[in-house]
Write a protein that binds this ligand. Structure first.
Ligand SMILES: N[C@@H](CCC(=O)N[C@@H](CSC=O)C(=O)NCC(=O)O)C(=O)O
Length: 298
């Protein structure tokens, strides 16, 4: 299914495109924002790498597009950005039975659900890492004179639940080097060990914890071999109300001890910062530079 253009907004040196399409994976209409950097419009016949940004609980594609200030960085280095939605939504999509914001709509945790009633719509892992890039590539194929590279020279990042989604996908696909680099802002780092993660994994994947391991960065970090000098960049605010209960990045560091990732996770604890986009936007330039290096842009 091709995309409908909902809005095209001039932003910094490029353009933010608000798109929607019908997803086979989720069985729903899905919104996604794509930022095309200035290089897309001004340089002919070149391939523009893509950075995928996965948002956190309660978000839509709008939050980061409006408040993370990625656009100037994308123009500086010459990468495009994809801001997917955080879950399926719409009529008939099951939500948290208790109406809480940490599960269900806007809270997919980017997994492919195996459990009823979520299995039908909550196929977000396959949506984000397979269907969405294929559809975007097809849509942009004959538009503009620059090629957007949605598959090969790509990186992934995210915030909170989305930070988990980025770490999880990076490590799951590490053997094939799908994503050239991964960073995370205040990620849910070892979901099997915290309430948000246990609720999500239990609800979407079932109560059998063995089934959670293939998504959990705390487990994947032990079973995935770092074959080069790849590093993961993380920032965490010490004034974040979710830091000690739900995010716990130290647990990921601990899990990496004695593995090939030991010393390869740069966890930056930043004094006083909270969980908001004031925090995210402050450290976006550092993450942008990190990804630009790994994408061969600098
Ligand atoms: N609605 C909640 C706060 C939820 C919240 O802080 N969401 C974060 C992500 S949390 C982890 O996945 C977020 O990014 N919110 C959107 C924003 O624009 O800030 C509450 O009321 O406490």
């Amino acid at each position: 299914m091709t995309f409908q253009i909902k809005q095209e907004i001039a932003s910094c040196g490029g353009k933010l495109m608000k798109l929607s399409h019908t997803s086979k994976q989720t069985g729903t209409d899905m919104e996604v924002n794509v930022y095309l950097p200035k290089q897309y419009f001004h340089k002919q016949d070149q391939s523009i790498p893509v950075v995928y940004y996965l948002s956190g609980l309660t978000c839509t594609p709008q939050n980061a597009s409006e408040k993370a200030f990625w656009q100037p960085q994308a123009d500086k280095f010459g990468f495009a950005l994809v801001f997917p939605d955080t879950s399926p939504r719409g009529e008939g999509v099951p939500d948290d039975p208790e109406g809480s914001w940490d599960f269900g709509i806007s809270a997919s945790f980017y997994v492919d659900a195996t459990q009823e009633p979520y299995r039908k719509n909550y196929q977000m892992f396959s949506y984000i890492h397979d269907e969405l890039p294929r559809e975007l590539s097809h849509f942009f194929e004959n538009r503009g004179s620059s090629k957007l590279d949605f598959f090969e020279n790509i990186a992934i990042t995210g915030h909170s639940m989305g930070g988990f989604g980025a770490l999880s996908a990076y490590l799951k696909f590490y053997a094939e080097r799908k994503y050239k680099s991964c960073s995370a802002f205040a990620p849910v780092s070892f979901p099997s060990k915290v309430q948000w993660g246990r609720k999500a994994f239990g609800g979407y994947l079932g109560q059998e914890e063995e089934g959670w391991k293939s998504y959990d960065p705390g487990h994947l970090i032990k079973t995935t071999t770092n074959i080069g000098d790849d590093r993961i960049l993380i920032h965490q605010g010490t004034g974040d109300p979710f830091y000690k209960e739900q995010l716990k990045p130290e647990l990921l560091l601990e899990a990496s001890k004695g593995t090939s990732w030991d010393g390869k996770i740069s966890l930056n604890l930043v004094e006083g910062f909270d969980h908001s986009y004031f925090f995210v936007s402050t450290f976006v330039p550092e993450h942008a530079k990190f990804h630009a290096k790994n994408l061969g842009l600098i």
